[in-house]
Write a protein that binds this ligand. Structure first.
Ligand code: 5GP
Length: 184
């Protein structure tokens, strides 16, 4: 596992979070979630596509009973949010009566998470909580509760560890800031 804070990737300006930092923090979140949901079956809902990498590590660090489902939403084109959130894929299982943990890659304006929370309210889960790998608190347009936060980061467009730019860079094992002319 790498703790390198430099990258030779031509599109990445700097490494913001190293692989080692990320793994350590996800393990902490997993331990906290395990304690909070002790004795209950948790359903993690991964918001596609950005959260799938963090989901894999998070699920494996949760010790209790845990199921997974996926939901797809879209609001971004390139590096800009359109402000209009749309469902691109619905859950496979009915969330009614379940303890749901929404797992996001990043909360920026908050519009996506707000949309999802409103959506879940109408579907009768036993509980709904939220987890986001990254959080940009300075960018909020709507206030949303994020119970489990991996890292608060500044207002920069980041890629890697699941996060993309036009579908690229999800496979980077770290989180990096893209060069302003990157991804061309
Ligand atoms: P929000 O609705 O909170 O503005 O944004 C949520 C979605 O926007 C995220 O799930 C993610 O897909 C995208 N997003 C927001 N900020 C960034 C960023 O810095 N990098 C990347 N790659 N995606 C972002």
């Amino acid at each position: 596992m790498s703790d390198r804070t430099h990258t030779s990737h031509p599109d990445i300006e700097k490494v913001l979070l190293t692989e080692r930092q990320i793994k350590a923090r996800i393990a902490e979140l997993g331990a906290q979630i395990s304690r909070d949901y002790s004795g209950r079956c948790l359903t993690m809902v991964s918001v596609l596509k950005g959260s799938v990498i963090v989901l894999g590590d998070l699920m494996r660090s949760v010790s209790g009973d845990c199921c997974v489902d996926f939901i797809g939403v879209s609001s971004y084109t390139g590096t800009k949010s359109s402000g209009v959130v749309r469902l691109t894929l619905d859950l496979r299982e009915n969330p009614e009566g379940k303890d749901i943990l929404i797992v996001e890659d990043i909360v920026d304006t908050g519009l996506t998470l707000h949309y999802l929370l409103e959506n879940f309210k109408t579907r009768g889960p036993r509980s709904v909580e939220t987890c986001s790998f990254l959080n940009k608190p300075s960018c909020r347009k709507v206030s949303v509760p994020v119970k489990y936060v991996g890292f608060d980061i500044p207002n920069e467009f980041v890629v890697g560890f699941g996060l993309d730019h036009n579908e690229r860079f999800r496979n980077l094992p770290y989180v990096g800031v893209m060069r302003s002319n990157g991804g061309k």
